[in-house]
Design a protein around this ligand. Structure first.
Ligand code: ZN
Length: 248
């Protein structure tokens, strides 16, 4: 029997954003402060990163304002349809999926990788170092590095999953918003060290180390995004070079 294709999966930030919006409409005035993130997480039974995504999405939609050191305030009680229009999954939701899959991919790559794999990883790393030295982001070489690992498994399904996880990350509107507030140069040495550790473990054919190094890399990304999206960072760092608000 043929099944209808699954409808677009609901994003966790969107579900929580809708509940926060309903709470605001029922109980909050303009100018009032929202409860702390950890309290909202408890109220809605979700993780703090998910609440963070929901708050950012409502801020991007013009319902909330994040103020440095003092919290999140209601600036509009209008429903925020723009939340639905935001592109892609939340970055933390996406990173959780990467955490489940990519450490395993790194471990398999350590077992099945060939000399060609090692050469391609080394090339991607060299490219990353060069781009960083030019003061540029190394998105292409970073993507390439993760794809070489997936290809080394010899499993086409894993290659396809890896690629879609990467795209889900870069296409995420919330991810892009956080990036606008990050001083990327502060993080580059860590990204290089992370990838070097993965490379060394894969080349040494040590699956356990490769898996741990990948876990550490993804945890570092999550921590960096949490740090860059806290109230202080979002309220005080450079505003995006007036990126036009995404129109549906
Ligand atoms: Zn990476």
């Amino acid at each position: 029997m043929l099944h209808d294709p699954p409808s677009k999966p609901e994003r966790s930030f969107e579900i929580v954003a809708r509940r926060i919006a309903a709470m605001i409409q029922a109980n909050y005035r303009i100018g009032q402060r929202l409860p702390a993130e950890r309290d909202l997480a408890k109220t809605f039974g979700v993780s703090r990163p998910t609440v963070r995504e929901a708050i950012l999405s409502l801020a991007m939609a013009g319902m909330l304002k994040v103020r440095s050191n003092s919290g999140v305030y209601v600036i509009s009680r209008q429903e925020a349809p723009d939340v639905h229009a935001l592109e892609g999954f939340g970055p933390f939701e996406n990173l959780e999926a990467r955490q489940l899959i990519e450490p395993q991919i790194a471990a398999i790559a350590a077992q099945r990788g060939t000399e060609a794999t090692f050469a391609q990883l080394a090339e991607a790393l060299a490219m990353m170092r060069w781009e960083h030295a030019q003061g540029r982001e190394a998105d292409t070489s970073d993507h390439r590095f993760h794809m070489v690992l997936a290809e080394a498994t010899g499993n086409g399904t894993l290659v396809s999953i890896s690629d879609s996880l990467w795209r889900a990350q870069t296409e995420s509107g919330i991810w892009q918003e956080i990036h606008n507030h990050m001083r990327m140069e502060d993080y580059r040495p860590m990204w290089r060290r992370d990838h070097e550790a993965i490379f060394e473990a894969v080349q040494a054919r040590n699956p356990r180390k490769a898996s741990l190094a990948m876990t550490r890399h993804l945890t570092n990304i999550r921590d960096a995004l949490m740090e860059a999206s806290n109230a202080k960072s979002m309220a005080t760092t450079k505003a995006p070079a007036n990126a036009p608000k995404k129109v549906r």
